[in-house]
Design a protein around this ligand. Structure first.
Ligand SMILES: [Zn+2]
Ligand SMILES: [Zn+2]
Ligand SMILES: [Zn+2]
Ligand SMILES: [Zn+2]
Length: 110
């Protein structure tokens, strides 16, 4: 069970009370690669026309929208995150939040 705060300006940070920090990594619309789902392997690679599953010989594009665990840097897709009990809640942190919004935004690095 983890909660991710979503702020009014569409940034995400972990709930300060949660022992495991999760955030949402939203790279939709950007030409970046991300990790595939840790649980089910979901990714956004185009399926191979002959057998219908993605080919990963040249690597995986991963997920552009994923739930990312900050301490292990593993990602979960929407469905697996829901199964883990990870929910997004509206941020109601005080202004002096320990989570600087600029540092909570995950940048994609290869
Ligand atoms: Zn998954
Ligand atoms: Zn094939
Ligand atoms: Zn893939
Ligand atoms: Zn918050």
């Amino acid at each position: 069970m983890a909660r991710i705060h979503k702020t009014v300006d569409e940034t995400y940070h972990p709930d300060p009370a949660d022992p495991v920090p999760w955030v949402v990594r939203d790279a939709r619309g950007f030409a970046v690669v991300g990790p595939p789902c840790e649980r089910c392997g979901a990714c956004e690679c185009a399926p191979c026309p002959c057998h219908g599953a993605p080919i990963h010989e040249r690597g995986c594009v991963g997920l552009s929208l994923a739930y990312v665990r900050l301490d292990h840097w593993t990602a979960l897709c929407d469905a697996c995150a829901a199964r883990e009990g990870i929910v997004i809640v509206a941020c109601e942190c005080p202004a002096e939040s320990p989570w600087d919004p600029s540092s909570a935004t995950i940048r994609a690095e290869g």
